[in-house]
Design a protein around this ligand. Sequence first.
Ligand SMILES: [Zn+2]
Length: 159
Amino acid sequence: MSRCILKIKDKYFEWSTVVNAPLSYGMNYLELKKYIKAKYGLEGLKRLPNQLERIAKKGNSFQMTGDIKWLIAGNRAGDDETELNSDEIYEKYCSPVVVKKERTRIKKWCRICQKKFDPGERNKKRPTMCLKCYNESVVRRVEARRGLKDRRGWIVFEK
Ligand SMILES: [Zn+2]
């Protein structure tokens, strides 16, 4: 298993030994349950009581012995993959600023080119197309107004 849950102070984090950093933000118990259900379904929820038991004993859900210090040794949880101690991990991954920033990074699908894009790149609340397609659509609208092309971009011939 390359993933486990660890607990720092009052928050749970999903941890990956592959990226050597948290995969989630700090969660309370209810948030953790929701997260596990969304990510791993009922199978995940079934595993949770045993995991919580191990977390209560040694701070993480790994079946191997080894405490949090052992688990996060050599981690890359900081900016530019720097190592953080557990207090720093807690600070960074529970900070509302970071959580907000990361959440807006969720990718959306562009309805025009069907590619993923970062909604943060658009200065609009609910963008449905990427910046490139949006810019092209603006150009098309201008051209349509000028009578050169219709909105789909086809050239309109004068009769
Ligand atoms: Zn697009």
